[in-house]
Design a protein around this ligand. Structure first.
Ligand SMILES: Cc1ncc(COP(=O)(O)O)c(C=O)c1O
Length: 396
């Protein structure tokens, strides 16, 4: 049955993804089940989306209740669900106000527009440059692609949006040199996850915060992947004792229901006035119900603490493996966003894991990324480590 669906998928779906030869039928906690009923340990979480695992009771209940009451109404109206979702985000972050959209790319698109609009309003025309990082990833729309510092994603899509300047990640001097009278924003991820799991240095982000504040340049943190508990804190910036001017969120924000958001202080978000930015679906009651259920569960059920604890446990296991197998070049990351760098090509290793019943994925540069649900327990990490040792033993 599975193969039939795969064949049909090839016939009817645009060929934009290199898909696993698997059809997924259902999920439960940290486990996924394919169409033939085989169980897989999920170390991908829909690429950092299903942080509460699959079929989380609170999210399912929140969504079903809301669907029965009101699924969608235009943003020309207020809804209780959207306001509650925004209040939860504001009360637990640096932000004063929230703009809701539907994805990470859309959140970054809004962040880019807001930075330019803020600058235009406060400093006049001509301040449109955004300094972004080499090796970054911000999305696939034309503006977010233009902000993405990986030329391989640009091929065939020129001309891109103007005025993005790229500098090496974790190099404060390069940012300082590139800042000019035309700069309105500095945009980065606190962990370059798609870029191969590189963590921003503490001192680097602190200095970026200082220089951007001095010159009224907006610091835009893309927390699409790092936000909502993934790093062991609710937001990645909390590790750095700084606050950004704009933060973008998506992925885990709705536990799999498509929703994105940007947060900013009033003085920044006020640059968006009625008619300047909008989204038909952004933060509709159903999306907002997913946000409310997700945030409440993450905060009330100790999920972020669990992420921190399980991260330490998994890291310890990985470091033990690293000592034993010299082809494990590096283990890095934060929380449950970890990368294992190999000395060899990793796609065959990803396939080995799949054959052993573990779903995980490669990142740039011989790196395998580990993104298990944040509700994972020791027993499941032990299963993963045992399978990993078995595979590494064969690779010796
Ligand atoms: C850091 C970061 N920003 C933006 C995006 C784009 O998000 P989306 O695919 O929801 O548009 C991603 C997706 O992987 C991401 O990791």
């Amino acid at each position: 049955m599975q193969q039939e669906w795969i064949d049909k998928g090839k016939q009817f779906l645009a060929n934009t993804y290199t898909r696993f030869p698997l059809g997924i039928a259902k999920g439960e906690g940290c486990w996924l089940f394919d169409m033939n009923g085989r169980r897989y340990l999920d170390f991908l979480s829909g690429i950092a989306v299903c942080s509460l695992g699959h079929a989380n009771k609170n999210v399912v209940e929140g969504l079903s209740k809301q669907a029965k009451k009101l699924m969608h109404v235009s943003n020309l109206f207020y809804t209780e669900a959207q306001i509650r979702a925004a209040q939860l985000l504001v009360e637990n972050s640096f932000g004063d106000k929230v703009f809701f959209c539907n994805s990470g790319a859309e959140a970054n698109e809004a962040a880019i527009k807001l930075a330019r609009r803020y600058s235009w309003k406060n400093h006049g025309e001509g301040r449109s440059q955004i300094i972004a990082m080499e090796n970054s990833f911000h999305g696939r729309t034309i503006a977010t692609l233009s902000a993405t510092g990986q030329p391989k994603f640009h091929v065939g899509f020129n001309p891109l949006v103007e005025d993005f300047t790229f500098v090496p990640f974790n190099d404060f001097g390069a940012v300082e040199k590139s800042i000019s009278g035309r700069t309105c924003g500095v945009m980065l991820e606190c962990i370059q996850s798609e870029g191969g799991v590189f963590v921003a240095d503490k001192e680097y982000l602190k200095k970026l915060r200082e220089i951007t504040k001095e010159r009224d340049i907006l610091l835009i943190l893309d927390e699409v992947q790092t936000g909502i508990g993934r790093t062991g804190k609710l937001f990645g910036y909390e590790h750095y004792a700084i606050e950004p001017d704009i933060m973008s969120l998506a992925k885990a924000l709705g536990s799999g229901f498509p929703v994105g958001a940007i947060l900013a202080k009033d003085r920044v978000m006020d640059a968006f006035e009625p008619g300047t930015h909008a989204s038909t679906f952004g933060g509709n009651p159903l999306a907002a119900a997913a946000v409310i259920a997700t945030l409440n569960t993450i905060m009330e059920d100790g999920v972020v603490k669990n992420c921190e604890k399980m991260s330490a446990y998994l890291l310890q296991g990985l470091l033990t493996l690293k000592k034993k197998y010299p082809f494990l070049k590096d283990v890095r990351g934060m929380g449950l966003l970890l990368g294992i760098e190999f000395t060899m090509e990793v796609n065959p290793i990803v396939q080995e894991f799949l054959a052993e019943g573990v779903i995980l994925y490669a990142s740039k540069g011989n790196v395998i990324r580990l993104l298990p649900p944040l509700i994972i327990e020791k027993e499941e990490i032990d299963i993963f480590l045992e399978i990993a040792s078995r595979i590494f033993e064969r690779l010796k």
